[in-house]
Design a protein around this ligand. Structure first.
Ligand SMILES: *[C@@H]1O[C@H](CO)[C@@H](O)[C@H](O)[C@H]1NC(C)=O
Ligand SMILES: *[C@@H]1O[C@H](CO)[C@@H](O)[C@H](O)[C@H]1NC(C)=O
Length: 199
């Protein structure tokens, strides 16, 4: 897919050009530099239904329950024609990755980053606008890791791509929704008689 970026650089170049041909012309849009869009921070709580195309081109549907006040990020993952997986990430760096039905499995992973902060996109580079999934979006890139597409008009995320080839498409985005059923985020007993893997 070819992306068409309308960069602020082009607008600025145009203004400079107009000033050259008519020096009396002042910066007609003095706010132009500051109007480079920045991504909306993530709401402190939301639920999103995500359609994900993995780098293997396998598909999965993920229910994402982001809850910054609780320091918890829950991904309930339905890989195509496979078992339902629970991926419960805590802000202290512990992630539990388990099934609640047969075949039982559990992995515990530890990292020193925790869950994404609501402002994790701060400092991302603005790339311009592009149409994706049929929506006109502002697009940013951050440290060659994430390419983030946000609806120009509603400021909702539409899509994000990771460097590892996983492409995530946002199907629903419910601001303020919280996962109240703690029974699914309680790691099962068989998680607690094994080694912890540091990642
Ligand atoms: C998944 O991504 C691959 C690579 O970009 C693409 O060829 C394929 O059509 C996508 N599949 C679906 C169902 O979106
Ligand atoms: C992190 O928090 C979760 C949930 O409270 C807890 O189960 C886990 O043991 C904690 N991890 C560490 C390393 O304290």
């Amino acid at each position: 897919m070819k992306l068409q970026f309308h960069t602020p650089f082009i607008r600025i170049t145009l203004i400079v050009f107009l000033q050259l041909i008519n020096p009396s012309l002042q910066w007609s849009e003095p706010h132009d530099f500051s109007s480079i869009p920045t991504p909306a921070p993530w709401p402190e709580r939301f639920h999103a239904l995500l359609y994900m195309n993995l780098s293997s081109t396998r598909l999965q549907i993920t229910n994402l329950w982001y809850d910054w006040p609780r320091g918890r990020n829950v991904n309930i993952i339905q890989k195509q024609l496979s078992v339902l997986l629970y991926d419960v990430e805590w802000n202290n760096g512990t992630t539990f990755y388990y099934t609640l039905s047969e075949p039982h499995s559990c992995r515990i992973m530890v990292n020193d980053v925790g869950i994404p902060r609501p402002d994790f996109l701060d400092g991302a580079n603005y790339l311009g606008t592009a149409v994706t999934d049929g929506y006109l979006c502002n697009v940013w890139e951050k440290v060659d890791t994430i390419w983030y597409y946000e609806d120009v008009y509603t400021k909702r995320p539409v899509r994000w791509d990771f460097y590892d080839g996983i492409s995530t498409h946002v199907m629903t985005f419910e601001v303020g929704a919280a996962l109240l059923d703690d029974s699914v985020t309680q790691a099962p007993a068989y998680c607690f008689n094994q080694e912890i893997k540091n990642v």
